[in-house]
Write a new protein. Structure first.
Length: 87
């Protein structure tokens, strides 16, 4: 059970440690595999979409992480308000 999770985590961290050049090359390879030709508007759009998707995903991941940290530190916000009124 643990091995797939570790493999997934290793895969994720591998993505994080790629240099911008490596990431760009991987993105270009992906667009080429979709059938786009280098130097065309469609190819540029493909690269842009991948980049936007990655940014949205990383924003969502960090927002989710911040929520989880806030929950761990503060607990449910409702309870905090409840206690404050009684003190």
């Amino acid at each position: 059970m643990r091995i797939p999770i570790l493999a997934t985590l290793a895969g994720l961290s591998a993505c994080q440690t790629m240099t911008p050049e490596e990431r760009r090359a991987a993105d270009e390879q992906r667009c080429l595999s979709y059938g786009f030709r280098r130097g065309t508007d469609a190819f540029a759009t493909c690269l842009q979409r991948i980049d936007l998707d990655r940014r949205a995903e990383s924003r969502a991941n960090s927002a989710e992480m911040m929520d989880r940290m806030a929950w761990d530190l503060n607990g449910p916000y409702i309870y905090h308000d409840h206690w404050r009124h009684h003190h």
